[in-house]
Design a protein around this ligand. Structure first.
Ligand SMILES: NC(=O)c1ccc[n+]([C@@H]2O[C@H](COP(=O)([O-])OP(=O)(O)OC[C@H]3O[C@@H](n4cnc5c(N)ncnc54)[C@H](OP(=O)(O)O)[C@@H]3O)[C@@H](O)[C@H]2O)c1
Length: 318
């Protein structure tokens, strides 16, 4: 297949911009890849920070996308031409009019789920889903999601409850409570130190993307056989752990999580349908706070980085 010239998002070379839209060649698909015509994308802070660090005007940006299969993978795998799909690009090539994508990194979208809802799911939703899957015997037991106002956190707090846990949401400020209440009826722990975690029955699961003091206090608050999933470092990466106390909790575990690594053995095509089904039946709230044209992508990205809104941002390619 000859390369297509199309509009795509790159890290901006301008000092006062994070992202820019430019014309450029789209990488043609390998034999295991579908070519997808992209309609909708969703933003995560992780990729925006990469864009801020690159800013050479060459690096393509963008994980999460929704679109229609333009050409099925040449090896016959994956969804057929014309199928509406959602997925994510580990090469960060997704915020583009066309993307070549391995067929096991996309999943068909049911009619009950909108493009905007589906676009919010891949990176944030899959990370939360795998974190909750890492726990055992959650039914009726307490789980703690730190940074519950975040993209991953807001999905984790909902998914832990769906998995049967009493799902606690840690937030930093009391004024963020209405956002959590909008997701469902979850007990909220307002703290920026984590000191309060020891007041609770031990947590069977901790889902943490914060690190720093919050994680320092969350680890000793694990229950016997509890699992702490560390998927991100928003605060400081180095924390003190008293291994003697950790050992005495009894068979507690700390697991480092990386979605790229997990997706090698548990592909998005297997797991996105689980999230799509929960959204389609109204059990999982995508908390879409901003919806705009992708021509506004730099402004929306700036607002997300500056934490001017909580919830997901979705942009439509026009
Ligand atoms: N390992 C993986 O595969 C993987 C996958 C997805 C994301 N990540 C990483 O995970 C992290 C979170 O991702 P995200 O998209 O959910 O980010 P996000 O939307 O920015 O959420 C960050 C959360 O952390 C809170 N927070 C920020 N600074 C804090 C601090 N100093 N103390 C306590 N809480 C703080 C925020 O609370 P406020 O609302 O109060 O600011 C928010 O709840 C990022 O570092 C991202 O790169 C990793």
């Amino acid at each position: 297949m000859t390369s297509i010239d199309a509009r795509r998002v790159v890290a901006s070379a301008k000092a006062d911009e994070i992202l820019a839209i430019e014309h450029g060649p789209i990488r043609p698909p390998f034999s295991n890849e579908a070519l997808v015509k992209v309609s909708t994308v969703s933003l995560n802070r992780g990729e925006l920070r990469r864009a801020q660090n690159a800013s050479d005007g060459a690096l393509q940006i963008g994980w999460d996308f929704v679109g229609t299969v333009d050409a099925q993978a040449a090896d016959g795998s994956g969804p057929t031409e014309g199928t509406r799909v959602v997925g994510f690009s580990t090469r960060m090539e997704a915020w583009s009019e066309y993307v070549s994508i391995p067929s096991n990194y996309i999943a068909p979208i049911p009619d009950t789920v909108s493009d905007a809802q589906a676009a919010t799911l891949p990176v944030a939703g899959l990370t939360a889903l795998h974190a909750v899957d890492a726990a055992t015997s959650l039914l009726g037991r307490p789980a703690l999601t730190t940074g519950a106002t975040g993209g991953v956190g807001m999905y984790a707090v909902q998914l832990a409850a769906i998995a049967g846990a009493k799902s606690y949401a840690q937030i930093r400020r009391a004024e963020q409570k209405p956002f959590i209440e909008g997701l469902g009826d979850f007990p909220v722990i307002v703290t920026s130190t984590g000191d309060e975690f020891s007041d609770y029955e031990g947590f069977r699961l901790v889902v943490d993307g914060v690190s720093g003091p919050i994680l320092t206090k969350a680890i000793p608050a694990l229950a016997p056989q509890g699992m702490c999933v560390c998927y991100g470092v928003t605060d400081t990466p180095e924390i003190p752990i008293d291994i003697g106390n950790f050992m005495r909790i009894g068979l507690a575990q700390i697991m480092g999580f990386h979605l790229y690594a997990k997706s090698e053995s548990s592909p998005p095509s297997d797991n996105l349908p689980r999230l799509l089904s929960l959204v389609g039946t109204g059990r999982l709230n995508c908390a879409i706070e901003r919806e705009a044209s992708w021509s506004d992508i730099d402004r929306v990205a700036q607002d997300l980085i500056d934490r001017k809104f909580l919830g997901k941002a979705v942009l439509h390619i026009d």
